[in-house]
Design a binder for this molecule. Structure first.
Ligand SMILES: O=P(O)(O)OC[C@H]1O[C@](O)(CO)[C@@H](O)[C@@H]1O
Length: 399
């Protein structure tokens, strides 16, 4: 039985490793991509230049003394990590702080005319407007006559594989969508997941969203189905209070996705209208908790958030980043039981995630062996594999 207290926290300090490449290559690429997407002024260009040299060869700088979230970041470890190399602190922390600094550099926090302008909006919009989104929505028409469980499974898989459409990930994994995933699902607890949401259910689903655009649309379709079919009475969609990790969904992205759905032809509009009505009568709400963008695992969630998770019938975490935060961003032996690493979680919990970083738990030894033999380490980060994990047995104990 793997010792869950000793799995090493992932750092970005090993040249050639996946986390190192994200810090050394992806972050500079994101800076340039954002710079090119907007007619920024000289102050913003200067700030982006400074961020570029800081994150590649400098150290972690503290936040400005008047930053509204300074105290939050200090509580999240800023005092401990300021002055150290971006590569030597926990990778999750380093990445999350990079996005905080990027928003700062483009004037997102103001004051000034650029306050609140999402630097990732053009990429999110392009994805929502893409012909692939039309195709995915049109496919809903053929689903309408199928039995409920079949529709539920199709929408669950749509939400799961929608996670492959993450924009930041595409910067360095072009072609992942076309690759043949073998085996596609490395763990499949969908029976457990459905048993937690029986058709006669009236409970609350908390869905901790990941990316906007082509991931958020199928997430919303899944929620619409669960509400309409009475598998849940309420849903709370957790989004980020600020733009984060390139394509993470904010409330503005939920609005864009809902408007896209109601304007679509065919069955898609019906899902959109059902969601619109559910928002109006309170069965669907969005939440943007500050901890959603914390550089920390969910084991450190504050009491109000833990209470919300404890009260939910099921909490579903979407995507790679949320998975890292749910199980802890550590190099677990892949056979470490999912139930064990989520034992701290205060309620039933599930994860829908395509694999885009080294963290993984809950595999059988045979699956791990087959994947290693076929692909070396690539299966962990290539985005061609996915998992559905669910656990109902938990003790809610803090680690
Ligand atoms: O959008 P997702 O599924 O959370 O994936 C984002 C992932 O991309 C990365 O930025 C690089 O893999 C990870 O840090 C992060 O876990």
């Amino acid at each position: 039985m793997p010792d869950i207290r000793t799995a090493p926290v992932i750092l970005g300090d090993e040249p050639g490793s996946f986390p190192h490449r994200v810090l050394a290559e992806r972050h500079p690429a994101i800076i340039e991509q954002v710079r090119e997407a907007f007619p920024y002024g000289p102050g913003q260009h200067r700030a982006l230049d400074e961020l570029l040299s800081s994150c590649t060869e400098g150290v972690i700088e503290p936040l400005p003394g008047d930053a509204a979230d300074l105290e939050l970041w200090r509580a999240w470890g800023l005092d401990e990590y300021a002055g150290r190399s971006w590569f030597d602190v926990p990778w999750l922390w380093s990445e999350s702080y990079f996005y905080r600094r990027l928003l700062e550099a483009v004037g997102y926090f103001g004051p000034g005319a650029w306050q609140g302008v999402d630097p990732f909006r053009p990429f999110k919009r392009a994805e929502l407007d893409a012909p692939e989104t039309d195709e995915e929505l049109a496919a809903l028409d053929a689903l309408q006559d199928r039995p409920e469980r079949e529709r539920a499974d199709a929408l669950l898989h749509g939400s799961l594989w929608g996670n492959r459409a993450d924009l930041g990930f595409r910067l360095s994994a072009e072609g992942a969508e076309a690759a043949a995933p073998v085996p596609a699902l490395v763990a499949d607890d969908s029976e457990t997941l459905w048993s937690l949401l029986p058709p006669s259910g009236t409970g609350t689903l908390v869905l901790v969203a990941d990316n906007a655009g082509r991931e958020l649309v199928p997430d919303l379709l899944l929620i619409a189905h669960l509400l309409t079919e009475g598998r849940i009475g309420r849903a709370v969609l957790h989004v980020k209070p600020y733009p984060h990790y390139v394509s993470d969904a904010t409330t503005a992205d939920v609005v864009d996705a809902l408007r896209r759905l109601v304007a679509a032809p065919g069955a898609a509009a019906g899902y959109g209208r059902a969601l619109w009505t559910a928002m109006a009568d309170g069965r669907l709400t969005t939440a943007a908790h500050p901890f959603s963008r914390a550089p920390l695992p969910y084991a450190d969630a504050p009491d109000d958030l833990r209470a919300e998770f404890a009260a939910a019938t099921l909490t579903v975490f979407k995507g790679d980043l949320n998975y890292r935060r749910l199980v802890g961003d550590r190099l677990w032996p892949p056979t470490t039981p999912f139930d064990e690493v989520t034992a701290y979680f205060p309620g039933p919990v599930a994860a829908l995630r395509t694999l885009k970083s080294d963290v993984v738990t809950g595999l059988t030894a045979a699956t791990e062996k087959a994947l290693d033999a076929a692909e070396g380490r690539h299966w962990r980060t290539g985005g061609t594999h996915a998992l559905i994990q669910a656990g109902a047995s938990h003790h809610g104990q803090r680690q």
